[in-house]
Design a protein around this ligand. Structure first.
Ligand SMILES: Nc1nc2c(ncn2[C@@H]2O[C@H](COP(=O)(O)OP(=O)(O)OP(=O)(O)O)[C@@H](O)[C@H]2O)c(=O)[nH]1
Ligand SMILES: [Mg+2]
Length: 1129
């Protein structure tokens, strides 16, 4: 029986103070979906017998088969407590790392979350991750320690042991919260300090003081989890029970006559009770006293389990009667003890009361949204709230008020788009009839029957239909034509199936932050790059026009809220309007919103900060249709998939391959299934995963491959090899002993000298971390270059830039790096990557820190244009390296010399000639044109044009010669120079690495290690989980070796260990892909052919093969031997 009708929900949605938007977060398999089942069953949506088995929120088939959740989905529940009725919008989220982006989409639209922790496994890597995500979104958590039954049944703990274990888990999770809190306080303090340094007058002395005392002063007690705070409950979701200590405090205060408040404070903690004196005292463990929690709570539960497991009928009956419960006969007789436990406990300690009670009491309503959170949502990038325009700042009040009056601006955030089968939309489905409708139908059928009977008894042939009755008979489902909603609906929706194969409809997963979302309302869709400042600049204030009549503003579109839905797990219910503070589904936005967006009725709203995704998409595959003719379907399918998944990336590579980039293997599998079965509906073939690599250079090794120091006597061979290397370099390019490449442009007018040096690891890391900052620096410079007066650079950004520069200076020390930071000219690839270009040439000085040399002189601007060509060459070189055309990482290119003297001479002589030509316009032209093969003959006519202009035209044309435009030559030459500069240094490949957390029991540990070492994994840390026989292993594993890793581990350990893989960093593969034995020792060790496996070469060749590049491979190695063998046979 469904207790909560749609009408009831609509009514509850209006009482904002009693709404709770919450999500369930945890590590994979800690019981989120099972818990959600229990809560859903309390509303009668599913039967309580099925709760925990059905996993109602896992609506996809693969979720049910694999037993893991893959998407977040919402359901609205009703809960009554203390005379108040609450509406709980519950979102179940996935715990698997591959789907952590789904967690981000859930936390954004919630105000609170339930963190679930498995009582046996305790705090796991994803627990940390989700707690961090909740923290970053500023939402308040409560804790559910689940699977307590495992402590009794599996681990066979005594109540006392269980208590210590639980205490331990609480300590762990509080320690985590503590670190998050301290880091935040310290960050804020640092911010304050810099602010007060920058602006000492505006701050008052005292305030600075406040923060310098920092940590000790900030009260953080409310942040921690503690049963006596009421923010922790203990549950067993499978067995359907759960409790907070409040429940027992109430019972025992009546039973033993101690005040409830006292019990609340002492039920958790080391307190014991002196029954005789009716006093609670601080427990002294040494005396063997039991804490209250053990004595009054755990022991009761333990004895119940004990009785049921031992099938002690008498004892069970006693417990049941003493608790005053009624157990159904079927459950009481059931042979499975689990069913009995469930029947008893779910009545005694109903889990939904414990959890939902805590949620209503401890988690905030949408009205309690904090100013801090609002400001964070509204400020993208390095903006601060104060820097927003006043109209925008005014919206903060609307957020805080969460008002539903007509004047309130409507603000909605769409956190993801999800696809549903169009047939499943409520408007396309026959609606179940209401009781009245059923009664009406019954009445009509009865009438018809009576009429028929009457006709038969009169023996007449059926006459003409009596007032439309016949029409009813011919169409049994057709009812009275007037006012029947159902019919109207089904008529209006008939056209939909005619849309052909478009069976997927997209629903936006969203929340109303302010105002009432009404069907048909026009809204602005704000793209992530939209700026209200830009709008206010373009559209005069007070301009009033219908939203679609506005002048075009970038990243702003206009849409209509076509349909609104109440999200009910697997079902959707249509709504006319949604009041503020609610989670909702919106239909009809698929043409406006790709993945997420902000919708607002007022254009002065800024777009919300982008969701922060923890996982980096790293696993790529190329897909193509089995039948080439189905390409169009594939492309369309991929587009739909891209929209339906928050984290997948869909792209077409330069090679023309259609590529899917996913967060991991499981995610990849899900995306492929979706593509095949839902979005493209075609057979596809999938390539092997494309593994990304990076190319870099290192310092020359000091030891050879057999760990012998490269001594003097062996140097001969080494030099021999370098010579060989150098022979690869074509003539005309000079290489000095230090690896400085000097190269001339094809037209011989410019000479470039470039050297490549490996950057220290730390510097590479800093560059990677700050790529966003570098990108914004770059944008700023380019907008200045364009002569646009870009937005004033914000003070905070300026500080961050200075900080970055400082950090780089700190790590780039020594003679080699002297002044290098000041001379950084560009970053690459894509102008923000982890490689740098340093300009040491004397003539032209330019650095990223100062911005472009904004000199008005023509000369300067010409240099700047040529400089841009050099930078472009560097960008190209860093985008694809010489080894296997993968991007570079951690390389510094130094442009030592940039000789343009010839070019200038040429320019001057051109000018001179031009002047002469101006004097004598005919005659000399032919002779000069030899360089350009006629191309630079240029415009010789037009004597009427002003001479100034003519000169400049002439100047430009002189840049052309038979090798093409000079700027193009510079780009190509610079790229070549960089590549050769790399090739003369020891080149290395870098592999992407996963960190891998595996939990395994002691007996399978050996097998886990075996799999890890087979796949080149490296164990970093191994820890035993206290009180259990579980080990936590932290390892790193190359992405290249990770495919099938999780499966292999599961198979080898019979499912007892399951790894979680998260992309962590890039690591240099120590072996040299071009290595051949050179020293005597190496010859001895590896033989002349050195055909033992070279991992780096294997990777490199695989990539080259995939890209269709030349691979140096010997196909027949020992031909003679093979012949002799066969002869001998
Ligand atoms: N013993 C015991 N098992 C439980 C309990 N709660 C859940 N489980 C089991 O744990 C497994 C995982 O439960 P789920 O609810 O699917 O876990 P989840 O957190 O939703 O997992 P993901 O969504 O994949 O992250 C299932 O086999 C459940 O039966 C519990 O209280 N006790
Ligand atoms: Mg789940």
């Amino acid at each position: 029986m469904v207790l909560s009708s749609r009408e009831k929900m609509i009514q509850l949605q209006k009482n904002t103070a009693n709404i709770r938007n919450i999500c369930v977060l945890a590590h994979v398999d800690h019981g989120k979906t099972t818990l959600a089942d229990c809560l859903i069953s309390s509303n009668g949506i599913i039967s309580s017998r099925l709760a925990g088995k059905l996993r109602y929120m896992d609506s996809r088939e693969d979720e049910q088969v694999r037993g893991i959740t893959m998407k977040s989905s919402a359901i609205s529940l009703r809960y009554a407590k203390g005379g108040e009725e609450y509406l709980i919008n519950l979102i179940d989220s996935p715990g698997h790392v591959d789907f952590s982006s789904e967690v981000s989409t859930a936390v954004r639209i919630c105000d609170g979350c339930i963190i679930v922790v498995d009582a046996v496994e305790g705090v796991c890597p994803q627990t940390q991750a989700v707690l961090r995500q909740a923290w970053l979104e500023n939402i308040r958590p409560v804790l559910v320690i689940n699977k307590l039954d495992r402590l009794i049944v599996e681990l066979k703990f005594t109540p006392q042991e269980a208590y210590s274990h639980l205490k331990n888990i609480l300590e762990q999770i509080n320690a985590l919260t503590g670190t998050l809190f301290t880091s935040k306080v310290l960050e804020e303090r640092a911010e304050r300090e810099t602010e007060s340094q920058v602006n000492p007058k505006s701050e008052q002395g005292e305030q600075v003081y406040d923060w310098s005392t920092g940590l000790e002063d900030s009260d953080d007690s409310h942040l921690y989890f503690s049963p006596d705070q009421g923010n922790v409950v203990f549950t067993s979701a499978v067995d359907g029970w759960g409790f907070g200590i409040e429940h027992f405090a109430k019972i025992y205060s009546q039973k033993i006559g101690i005040k409830q408040e006292v019990l609340l404070k002492t039920l958790w903690g080391d307190y014991y009770i002196n029954m005789k004196a009716k006093k609670i005292m601080k427990a002294d463990q040494a005396k063997g006293k039991k804490p209250l929690f053990v004595q009054l709570i755990l022991e009761n539960i333990w004895s119940l389990y004990d009785a049921v497991l031992k099938r002690d009928k008498e004892k069970i009956d006693k417990i049941v009667t003493s608790l005053g419960l009624k157990i159904g006969a079927r459950e009481a007789r059931h042979s499975d003890p689990k069913v009995q436990v469930n029947a008893i406990c779910s009545q005694w300690l109903p889990i939904s009361h414990a959890v939902l009670g805590m949620v209503c009491q401890k988690l905030p309503s949408p009205l309690d949204i904090t100013a801090e959170r609002v400001e964070k949502l509204m400020c993208t990038g390095s903006q601060t709230f104060d820097s927003l325009p006043p109209e925008t700042q005014a919206l903060k009040a609307a957020f805080m008020k969460c008002g539903s009056e007509d004047t309130a601006p409507v603000i909605i955030f769409v956190s993801k788009m999800f696809a549903v089968d169009a047939k499943a939309l409520p408007q396309n489905k026959p609606r179940p009839l209401t009781q009245e409708e059923i009664a009406q139908r019954r009445e009509r059928a009865r009438q018809r029957h009576a009429e028929k009977l009457a006709a038969a008894t009169q023996g007449q042939a059926p006459v003409g239909p009596p007032e439309g009755g016949g029409a009813l008979e011919t169409s049994p489902q057709g009812e009275e034509t007037k006012g029947d909603e159902h019919q109207v609906e089904s008529q209006t929706l008939k056209p939909l199936p005619e849309e052909g194969d478009n069976h997927e409809s997209f629903i936006a997963f969203a929340r109303v932050f302010s105002g009432v979302a009404r069907r048909g309302k026009k809204m602005f869709v704000l793209g992530p790059k939209y700026s209200p400042v830009e709008f206010l600049r373009r559209v005069p204030s007070g301009f009033s026009a219908p939203p679609d009549g506005l002048p075009p503003v970038p990243h702003l579109a206009c849409c209509r809220l076509e349909s609104l839905y109440l999200l009910m797990g697997r079902e959707l219910e249509e709504l006319e309007e949604v009041p503020p503070g609610n989670v909702l589904g919106i239909g009809g936005l698929q043409d406006f919103v790709l993945k997420s967006a902000t919708l607002c009725s007022s254009p002065s709203c800024p777009p919300f900060v982008p969701l922060n995704f923890e996982a980096t998409p790293i696993v790529r595959v190329a897909v193509e249709p089995k039948h080439p003719s189905e390409m169009a379907q594939l492309v369309r399918g991929m587009k739909l998939l891209n929209q339906a998944d928050p984290c997948v990336q869909v792209l077409i590579q330069e090679t023309g391959e259609h590529v899917l980039v996913t967060a991991g293997e499981v995610h990849l599998q899900r995306c492929l299934d979706d593509l095949k079965e839902r979005f493209a509906k075609i057979q596809i073939s999938v390539s092997e995963p494309i593994i990304p690599f990076r190319e870099t250079i290192t310092k020359p090794p000091k030891v050879d491959m057999v760990n012998e120091e490269i001594g003097r006597q062996q140097k001969v061979a080494v030099i021999h090899q370098t010579k060989e290397d150098q022979s690869k370099i074509p003539e005309g390019i000079q290489v000095d002993s230090d690896g400085l490449i000097t190269i001339t442009t094809p037209n011989k007018l410019a000479v470039l000298s470039v050297r490549a040096m490996p950057l220290p690891e730390e510097v590479t890391r800093i560059l990677e971390e700050n790529s966003d900052l570098i990108r914004s620096m770059e944008q700023l410079t380019s907008s200045l270059n364009d002569g646009r007066n870009a937005q004033m650079i914000h003070q905070k950004t300026q500080e961050k830039i200075c900080e970055l520069k400082g950090k780089l200076e700190q790590h780039l020390t020594g003679r080699k790096w002297r002044n290098v930071v000041d001379q950084i000219w560009s970053f690459g690839p894509r102008k923000c990557g982890p490689n740098i270009l340093v300009n040491k040439s004397e003539d032209f000085q330019n650095s990223v820190w100062t911005g472009p040399a904004v000199k008005a002189s023509k000369e300067a601007s010409r240099y700047r244009d040529l400089g841009n060509s050099i930078v472009s060459g560097f960008q190209l070189a860093t985008l694809s390296g010489p080894m296997c055309e993968e991007p570079l990482m951690g390389v510094c290119f130094v442009l030592e010399k940039w000789d343009l003297s010839k070019f200038e001479e040429q320019g001057a002589s051109d000018k001179h000639n031009q002047e002469q030509r101006d004097v004598a316009p005919e005659g000399q032209g032919e002779a000069e044109a030899c360089l350009g093969g006629g191309e630079n003959r240029g415009p010789q006519d037009g004597g009427s044009e002003p001479s100034e202009k003519k000169t400049s035209q002439k100047g430009e044309s002189s840049l052309m010669d038979c090798y093409g435009p000079f700027s193009g030559q510079l780009i190509a030459t610079m790229k070549e120079a960089c590549r050769y500069a790399l090739q003369v240094k020891p080149q290395r490949l870098m592999a992407a690495m996963y960190t891998c957390d595996i939990m395994a029991t002691g007996d399978v540990l050996g097998r886990v290690y075996a799999v890890l070492s087979k796949r080149e994994g490296r164990v970093l840390q191994e820890e035993m989980k206290e009180g259990t026989d579980m080990f936590i292993i932290k390892a790193v594993l190359p992405v290249a070796e990770s495919f099938g890793f999780a499966d292999e581990i599961r198979k080898r350990t019979s499912g007892l260990a399951s790894p979680q893989l998260v992309f962590s960093h890039w690591e240099v593969i120590p072996s040299d892909p071009f290595w051949v034995p050179t020293t005597e020792e190496e010859y001895l060790h590896f033989g002349e052919k050195a055909d033992s496996e070279n991992q780096a070469r294997k990777y490199m060749n695989a990539v080259r093969k995939r890209k269709g590049l030349y691979v140096e491979e010997k196909i027949v190695e020992h031909a003679e031997k093979q012949r002799t063998l066969s002869k001998n046979k």
